[in-house]
Design a protein around this ligand. Structure first.
Ligand code: I3P
Length: 312
């Protein structure tokens, strides 16, 4: 696969303070410089660190190591191995587990970056049975919409993760379009992560047009063509039918030099379905059918035509 750039990683690091402090891999000046340059656009703060010159470490947050298994499976498949960061290995460091993956930014110079969270469902089915009430998610909910909590939720000042994740889906374009813009960073500017309420097609389009400079319009289609099956792969075969892909993002980057790329990233909630089941990635979700709405999102993203008129 093409080895694009270093400097910051998208699903990544907002500030030096929140970056993981891993003394072992990040000792030389180059790595320290890289660490200083990181910004986190989305994902769990502090879960990434620069590793080798062309790689980063990503910390395992969950008990189950879904991400390692997902990478192994996606790297094995010729249809997906070119659209994901290259997976190197699993690492244990100070009793914690990490995966070492390609730093996609190593060849970009101050790129424009967009992170689009894919799918109509953003939570695992296991959340449906999780009764834990969380005050932090209640707080995040009222920060976004003070009128959202029910009377009971107001009394409890807490909500379940399922409630929060569905509230976020409904309050963004996730529920209707099957994707949402998580964050954008334009070259030379600070990251914008305040796009949580972008919901309607026209708003999505406006945000995308703002991101996509006209002169770059012709270079970006490459990425989406790969995603659509440039290698004569049917779109429905591109995304594995045995994996539910929850909370993964499309990472779009381009810079002044004409480098551009689109990758699928973040597989912490990408898990195989039970034996004998297959997924279509575009059917309505019903508890137990594991559908994720990934391909509905991809179709709608293409329909919004953010990439270019000629890449339809
Ligand atoms: C977070 C986002 C993350 C999710 C996190 C949410 O909401 O959906 O993907 O982590 O859950 O709080 P928001 O985008 O509004 O900040 P997971 O993907 O790991 O589920 P968490 O609070 O349990 O970490």
């Amino acid at each position: 696969m093409s080895h694009l750039l270093t400097g910051f990683f998208i699903e990544t690091v907002f500030s030096l303070q929140t970056a993981l402090d891993l003394s072992a891999p990040a000792t030389d000046a180059i790595l320290i410089n890289r660490k200083n340059a990181w910004i986190q656009l989305a994902g769990h703060p502090g879960s990434f660190a620069p590793a080798g010159p062309h790689t980063i470490w990503k910390k395992r947050m969950a008990k189950e190591n879904y991400e390692l298994k997902a990478y192994q499976s996606l790297m094995d498949s010729p249809t997906t191995q070119d659209i994901i960061p290259e997976f190197h290995r699993e690492v244990e460091h100070n009793g914690e587990y990490f995966i070492e993956i390609e730093d996609l930014l190593q060849h970009f110079k101050d790129p424009n970056i967009m992170d689009i969270k894919m799918g109509k469902r953003t939570f695992l089915e296991s959340e449906v049975k999780n009764p834990v009430l969380r005050k932090d998610l209640y707080q995040k909910m009222i920060d976004l919409n003070p009128n959202a909590p029910t009377e009971e939720e107001r009394k409890q000042e807490a909500i379940t993760k399922l409630r929060y994740m569905q509230f976020r889906e409904e309050g963004s374009s996730t529920a209707t379009l099957g994707f949402r813009i998580e964050a954008v960073k334009k070259s030379g500017e600070a990251p914008i992560t305040s796009l949580k309420k972008i919901k309607h097609k026209s708003q999505v389009k406006k945000a995308c047009v703002n991101f996509l400079l006209i002169e770059h319009c012709m270079v970006l289609p490459w990425g989406i063509l790969v995603l659509k099956g440039q290698k004569k792969v049917e779109k429905t075969h591109l995304i594995p039918m045995l994996l539910q892909i929850i909370g993964s993002s499309l990472l779009i980057m381009y810079d002044e030099s004409g480098h551009c790329g689109v990758w699928l990233i973040d597989f912490a909630k990408t898990i195989p379905v039970e034996n004998g089941m297959i997924l279509y990635h575009n059917l309505p979700w019903l508890l137990g059918n594991h559908e994720d709405g990934f391909l509905s999102g991809l179709d709608n993203l293409i329909d919004v035509r953010i990439f270019c008129h000629s890449c339809k």
